[in-house]
Design a binder for this molecule. Sequence first.
Ligand SMILES: [Zn+2]
Length: 268
Amino acid sequence: MKIVDHKLEGAWRGHSPNSGGKLSAPSLLVMHYTVSGGTGPEGVTDYFLSPRAKASAHLIVGRNGKINQVVPFDVRAWHAGTSVWRGKPNCNDYSIGIEVDNWGRLARAEDGSFRSAADKVVPADRVTKLRHKHDSVDAYWEIYPEKQLAALVDATRAILDTYPSIREIVGHDDIAPIRKSDPGPAFPMSRFTGLVEGRAGGPVTRTVIASSLNARGGPGVEYDVLGTFAKGTKLAVLYDEPGLWAQVRGKLSNGNEVTAWAADQFMA
Ligand SMILES: [Zn+2]
């Protein structure tokens, strides 16, 4: 797949009026599930094309792998709602949003069938039992078909190639954790975050130049010190605000591997 003029080649294209404002140098890709059936009137594409919806995303990926684009990638889509990531609010201002057709969380009815929020029966062989990272109990979730995931991998690769400013892929449940559960535990997020780490250029590695560098729980001195990185330690950089704080992964002096924040100025 290729993106030309902010449009994914081969995708069905429509125009959602629920969009606007320039999206330049997006830094984030946000994954969602639709809680819907698919194409046609019960699908989310038709919904996004209606001004009533007051919502949209850049892409919608069907269970059959078909991709629809209703907002070009250089225009803000309305997918995130009230949201914050790494202290920055309004994720629509700096992210691309993809909706993946999936019913999400399912209920088990008295007759043993699995039902969506819209009371649609989902076949048992399409259901998995998993625990959402924000929950304390297991629940039932619709499985994402491989055909759909393969198409989403291709689209994600095209987006990462075209927009090198994208540094991270997250779920709606990461940027709006109290309100949202999508894309949920059935979504193989590591397949997608792995694409960011493995893309051209690979992950940036930096070396500790201070005699000892504090590894903190967040980007600021107000966050707890989790341990220290010794001088010469190689750290994989996940996110960096030059001159400020970087999120890194590496080994503490005590040998534990952590993901933590460290002051950018003490790394070469
Ligand atoms: Zn969402």
